[in-house]
Design a protein around this ligand. Structure first.
Ligand code: AMP
Length: 117
């Protein structure tokens, strides 16, 4: 499956639809999830077009990968959740329950996130 240029996050990156922005830099964009699953629910996406985590790691260069994950940590500091804790999630493909086919990381925080099992 090729990257779908018309997925909703690609449209957000092209500013065709708005988002509630938390942070943006050359490599990444972070915004509040429209349907939050915790008191704090932020999504982080690389600007690099990629379907999921594996596609990102396979196709992006080292600087792009490193910069994206450094930005995730920067946002964790900015949101003041490093000490209280957070959960990072990325869903991939059908079995992973991915809805939007542009790689994204969910940052869930500000309450105790339930057990995964
Ligand atoms: P996933 O199931 O991992 O693909 O997660 C997709 C996430 O994107 C869900 O948590 C949705 O609530 C969220 N979402 C979908 N559309 C938007 C949007 N326009 N702005 C912000 N979040 C969105």
């Amino acid at each position: 499956m090729t990257y779908d240029k018309n997925n909703i996050f690609a449209k957000i990156l092209r500013k065709e639809i708005p988002c509630d922005k938390v942070y943006e830099d050359e490599f990444s964009l972070f915004f509040n999830d429209i349907n939050p699953q915790a008191k704090m629910h932020v999504l982080g996406i690389p600007k690099f077009p990629c379907k999921n985590f594996s596609d990102f790691i396979n196709k992006a260069d080292h600087n792009t990968i490193s910069s994206f994950f450094k930005s995730v940590q920067f946002v964790i500091i900015k949101l003041k959740i490093e000490e209280s804790g957070y959960r990072l999630i990325t869903n991939s493909g059908e079995d992973g329950g991915q809805e939007v086919p542009h790689f994204h990381i969910h940052i869930l925080a500000e309450e105790k996130i339930g057990s995964l099992r």
